[in-house]
Design a protein around this ligand. Structure first.
Ligand code: MSP
Length: 689
């Protein structure tokens, strides 16, 4: 029976929900919805991480008792992500809090199992600790203090001096798991994704693991260590266990789940932990090691940890001091939750760092939502009303031709592409595939020109019906495909198409609603052309929105070059003899387009050639064979925007067809090429002029 258990990290309650938290939660929810639509038995978990020194200090700063503080703070996260209806339309099946008895019981049980197996022992800890990370550091991992400063070295993430800790502590024998972890990573290459993160973790583990201090005595806000009341558990031992404790029976907190226990057996092992890159090691080293120590066999360990990058806001690091942490609630109020979800999923190749830019959100809204999907719906329904107002059904059978065959092919490609991408945790690629279909359908309406067929009277009637029925059918497919990312947009599309809203409940198996067949006839008696789902945002409205959100109008000034930095300026290259002059008209014959690399692999027997699949805004991606393999690892190119010469005559390179060229700057292709990319993300297919 197909099951899918997906988790987000549990959020520290010393902060309020911000866009970084929303990002992971929206991706988890979209993947969960995709699996629900497929008929899988799904469970999605999120929650709050409420213990530890950081939280104790935050409560103290507010003059509150820790429990009262975490209760209030967790409530804000629950309102944002869990309670219905919430601001981002996320529907987790459970929201775990680490202060709940059901969690505490399971953590203490896991501890005892590790201890009984001889992997937890008592000692004395002396070392460096960052409260912000709730993590131990070695001297070499820290940033040195500036010369002459009296402060010690700083945490590389929080940029604050770490504290020296010396206290009695229990230790987890992490060093005993080095070989077993490495063997596990080897046998389960999909455990850590993307590949680059897997390599990072493997080199870290290969360099040797030290035992980990897993209890503290200098503060009290944590889960007590069994039989050692002075100690509270290290917050990561406590927090990671949420993925397991949430599967316990909430009505019987004393009944700690065992591998034979019903809820645990149903969803465990977890299919997917989504985590940010800052918490990679905790999830890929500590977590499997804790479970191994407690007696979990390899096949009982989580199946995948997918690591995503960090978002910056309008080019700047998100931080409370810069007052630029974007509140998801405000964005959703202004743009609507579906639009925020779409943008989060679409803008950044999941896995990489990316930027959240308000201007780019508006650009994508206008180009991709209003002009592409919204336009397709409005014009199709408009044409139905104008050309075939009273027809109860439209049948494509008699008037069907090659254009319909092509569009049906594009629909099948989009469905297959989106499904594969969702399964591969690449929501941005899923959206790419879906929007390729919406663009193809708009192009189809242009090319098939039903208004011209209508002018032919009887002779054109069958074609008119075929075109309208086919366009409506594609819209029906799109209403299914967009549901995981934009559930209420799907409802609105379907309402205008006269179809019931989709329902795909969690926690049980259902039918596969993505198994679509391309129908030849469409009932039109319930069509209801409504107000545009995505009214265009013009410059004036944009200005209003930005004022409401407090977004600065102009992009931040680039930093002035520092004194004495001249030597760091890029070197100038002597310009070789310029090529022969061309006229402007000749230049415009070049069709240069912004594209996104969807996949990249080496061409066998060539160290220079890479086979790329690039989306340049056409119904299907293009295969381009590029001579850039000495400068880039294939995986580094995936998700990158590139400039493509789109009207270059196709050529064959080492037997492979290449349709276009990717522009790069640099000498001779011997390893020093730089991609020519738009300085800010652009909509795919944008012309470069
Ligand atoms: N409590 C721990 C996780 C324990 S999981 C057993 C924690 N909490 S956190 O609230 O600090 O971070 C939660 C998640 O938000 C992390 O995955 C982190 O990477 C993510 N993000 C925080 N800021 C972010 C951005 N600016 N961009 C994207 N994600 C970011 O760590």
């Amino acid at each position: 029976m197909p099951r899918f258990y997906v988790t987000t990290p549990i959020y520290y309650v010393n902060d309020v929900p911000h866009l970084g938290h929303a990002y992971t939660t929206v991706v988890a929810d979209t993947l969960a919805r995709f699996h629900r639509l497929r008929g899988d038995d799904v469970r999605m978990l999120t929650g709050t991480d409420e213990h530890g020194q950081k939280i104790e200090e935050a409560a103290e700063a507010k003059g509150m008792a820790p429990k009262a503080f975490v209760d209030a703070a967790s409530e804000v996260f629950q309102r944002t992500f869990a309670k219905k209806p919430n601001e981002l339309l996320t529907e987790p099946d459970d929201f775990i809090r680490t202060t709940e008895p059901r969690h505490v019981a399971v953590v203490q049980d896991l501890w005892l199992r590790c201890q009984r197996a001889g992997f937890i022992y008592e000692g004395q800890y002396e070392g460096l600790y960052c409260v912000g990370c709730e993590a131990y550091y070695t001297e070499k991992e820290l940033e040195p203090a500036p010369p002459g400063s009296s402060e010690g070295p700083s945490c590389p993430i929080h940029k604050k001096p770490v504290s020296k800790v010396r206290e009695p502590s229990f230790f987890f024998r992490l060093s005993a798991f080095q070989d077993r972890l490495l063997a596990f990573y080897e046998r389960h290459p999909g455990f850590i994704s993307p590949e680059s993160r897997r390599n990072e973790v493997m080199s870290f583990v290969k360099a040797g693991l030290q035992d980990l201090s897993v209890s503290r005595t200098s503060f009290a806000w944590g889960i007590p260590v069994p039989d050692a009341p002075k100690h509270v558990m290290y917050v990561w031992f406590d927090a990671l266990t949420n993925y397991l404790s949430a599967l316990g029976d909430p009505k019987r907190p004393e009944a700690t789940p065992t591998l034979g226990g019903a809820p645990l057996a149903r969803y465990w092992p977890c299919d997917l932990h989504l985590v940010g890159k800052d918490i990679l090691r905790f999830h890929t080293i500590y977590w499997p090691a804790f479970l191994m120590a407690a007696g979990f066999a390899d096949e009982q360990l989580p199946k995948k940890v997918f690591v995503h990058g960090w978002l910056t806001i309008n080019g700047q690091k998100m931080s409370k001091s810069l007052r630029n942490t974007v509140e998801p609630r405000k964005l959703a109020e202004v743009f609507g939750a579906d639009v925020v979800r779409y943008y989060l999923l679409r803008e950044v190749a999941f896995g990489q760092d990316g930027d959240f830019s308000h201007a780019q959100l508006v650009a994508r809204y206008n180009a991709e939502l209003a002009d592409t999907l919204g336009n397709l719906l409005n014009r199709t329904l408009g044409l139905c009303t104008k050309l075939r107002k009273d027809a109860p059904t439209l049948d494509a059978t008699a008037g069907r031709g090659p254009l319909e065959d092509k569009l049906e092919e594009a629909a099948k490609l989009a469905l297959a592409g989106a499904s594969a991408a969702f399964e591969e945790v690449a929501p941005h690629r899923a959206i790419d595939s879906i929007w390729a279909l919406a663009r193809a359908a708009n192009k189809y309406v242009d090319e098939s020109a039903p208004w011209a067929e209508a002018k032919k009277g009887e002779a054109g009637a069958a074609r008119v019906d075929a075109i309208l029925a086919t366009s409506l059918e594609v819209l029906r497919w799109l209403s299914v495909l967009v549901w995981p990312a934009m559930p209420t947009v799907s409802d609105k599309l379907r309402a205008q198409l006269g179809l019931p809203a989709l329902e795909a409940p969690s926690g049980r198996e259902g039918t596969d609603q993505t198994a679509l067949s391309f129908a030849r006839a469409f009932a039109t008696d319930k069509l209801a052309l409504g107000t545009p789902i995505f009214p265009k945002i013009d410059a004036e409205r944009q200005e209003q929105i930005f004022a409401e959100l407090g977004v600065a109008k102009a992009a931040p000034e680039p930093e002035a070059p520092k004194k004495g930095a001249a030597s760091k300026e890029p070197k100038k290259k002597e310009m070789a003899e310029p090529a022969a002059e061309i006229t402007f008209d000749e230049f415009t014959r070049l069709d240069l387009r912004v594209g996104t690399v969807l996949s990249a692999e080496r061409v066998p027997k060539s160290d220079k050639l890479l086979k790329l699949m690039v989306d340049v805004g056409e119904p299907a991606p293009r295969q381009i064979v590029a001579g850039i393999g000495k400068s880039f690892a294939p995986e580094a190119l995936v998700g990158q925007q590139v400039t493509v010469v789109a009207n270059l005559k196709p050529a064959k390179l080492m037997g492979l067809e290449s349709r276009g060229m990717v522009l790069a700057a640099g000498g001779d292709g011997e390893g020093d090429l730089a991609l020519v990319q738009p300085a800010r993300g652009r909509v795919i297919g944008t012309r470069v002029k």
